[in-house]
Design a protein. Structure first.
Length: 457
């Protein structure tokens, strides 16, 4: 939703947000805040959300809003003006046609946008190099991996072009660079396998790549090194301690130590182990020891909107003190849809586990203005979810008045920079139709020329 000055023709769109129903449970009060930006837009947030997952808002070039295989980069001071960067593939209903890597930025790790100079997807096969006869009918640009080289001041965007034809796998890693303005042409990388994960050691100016070769049975992890991020050699076998074979992995540095961590998805001859696992290595050249218990089990994901049946290649970033592991995890549900969510893990007695956490402020959905509703202050704005929105945009179901027997249970407090509104559920609404009912008089509508923007279903 957007509140906007009706005489402004060039008002910028507020930051898109996330569905309210993804945060709440039946009958649980919550706190909503709003504040105006310099253009007159009102952005809404929920305060002090406690749970073990938060949804993401990511613009999908294919329109399904299903993603998989995230890779995350974070810099507190920002790169190209933003703290968070993500390289990820759309993957609607596991259809490999959409599995082509896309680049996004964020300032909170939840709401993602397309960077300047980028037209997603960027990790797509090149027709002149690959054709249907060579690659079968389901080619893909998958398994993205994102690193930043502070010496060249460019992102390195790795992904795999590949297919599986009978018993033969064709897995060709590629890389492009991004300098904040332009994405480079595609470059061949001298390695073979799936799920490449690269770390850059600035002290030695060396790139380390781990990649899973799925041709052998069982699968083998290989480690390569490179000085230019493209030509990798010094191929070495890397062990992992579980009784399963590796499928996908993603490596992470631990702050202040030489210890490496990796997130693993594993499998056996019977199929995938659907949980997410974490492993450690003492150095860049060490084998990985997989924690005996999963980092997150499918049955522990606790989603109010769907039931997970598989967790997949995930991304992580440790807090500066190393006590919290921030995670972006793809989950496959019983309906076949993929959802990427944010969560956090902590360690107790040396065992890392995903647990509930509290987020101070999370953004709610906004939609682009479509019409003005001139209304006196006795009207209230009622916000609901559309089942056809795929989790992308918020739609306004109704605008109710005070005299319609729907009395909101609200507590309002002026916090100076923003207005805090505590809202309790109304007795006539289901969670899937959840209503936040805010009296217009609380929204300072008079300063917006008595105008509300509303998009109806």
């Amino acid at each position: 939703m957007i509140w906007v000055n009706s005489n402004s023709s060039d008002v910028s769109t507020p930051t898109p947000g996330i569905r309210l129903s993804d945060y709440i449970e039946e009958g649980i009060p919550h706190t909503v805040t709003y504040c105006y930006d310099a253009s007159g837009n009102a952005n809404m947030y929920m305060l002090n959300v406690t749970q073990n997952r938060l949804p993401l808002s990511i613009p999908d070039p294919y329109g399904y809003n299903q993603f998989n295989q995230p890779s995350i980069y974070f810099n507190e001071t920002g790169v190209f003006g933003h703290k968070w960067w993500m390289f990820i593939t759309p993957y609607a209903y596991s259809n490999g046609t959409y599995e082509n890597a896309c680049l996004y930025y964020s300032d909170d790790g939840l709401i993602w946008n397309v960077p300047p100079g980028v037209k997603n997807p960027i990790g797509t096969r090149i027709e002149s190099d690959y054709n249907s006869n060579a690659y079968g009918f389901d080619p893909y640009g998958s398994d993205p991996n994102l690193i930043y080289n502070p010496d060249t001041e460019k992102f390195m965007l790795y992904y795999v072009i590949g297919d599986i034809i009978g018993n033969v796998t064709i897995e060709s890693p590629k890389v492009k660079t991004y300098d904040g303005i332009t994405v480079s042409p595609e470059i061949n990388v001298t390695a073979h396998g799936v799920s490449p994960t690269v770390l850059y050691d600035r002290a030695t100016k060396m790139y380390y790549m781990w990649i899973v070769d799925i041709d052998p049975d069982p699968h083998v992890i290989y480690r390569y090194t490179s000085i230019d991020s493209v030509n990798f050699d010094n191929k070495q076998v890397v062990g992992q301690s579980s009784n399963y074979q590796p499928w996908h992995m993603n490596t992470m540095n631990y702050p202040g130590k030489s210890t490496l961590y990796a997130l693993f998805t594993l499998m056996s001859n019977e199929g995938f182990n659907d949980d997410l696992h974490i492993a450690t290595a003492n150095s860049y050249t060490d084998n990985f020891t997989v924690q005996s218990s999963p980092l997150l089990k499918v049955g522990d994901s606790s989603s109010a909107t769907h039931e997970d049946v598989q967790l997949y290649r995930s991304a992580g970033k440790f807090s500066d003190d190393g006590n919290t592991l921030k995670l972006w995890i793809p989950a496959h549900d019983t309906l076949g849809a993929w959802t990427v969510f944010y969560t956090q893990a902590t360690t107790e007695n040396g065992v890392w586990t995903v647990k509930n956490f509290t987020t101070q402020r999370v953004p709610l959905m906004t939609i682009q203005n479509t019409q003005y509703l001139y209304t006196p202050k006795q009207w209230m704005l009622s916000q609901g979810d559309s089942p056809t929105s795929h989790g992308v945009k918020r739609e306004i179901n109704e605008v109710w008045g005070y005299k319609t027997d729907h009395t909101p249970k609200t507590t309002v407090k002026n916090m100076g920079a923003y207005t805090q509104i505590e809202v309790a559920p109304t007795d006539l609404q289901k969670v899937s139709d959840y209503q936040v009912m805010i009296p217009a008089s609380m929204l300072n509508i008079s300063s917006q020329r008595e105008s509300l923007d509303v998009k109806y279903k």
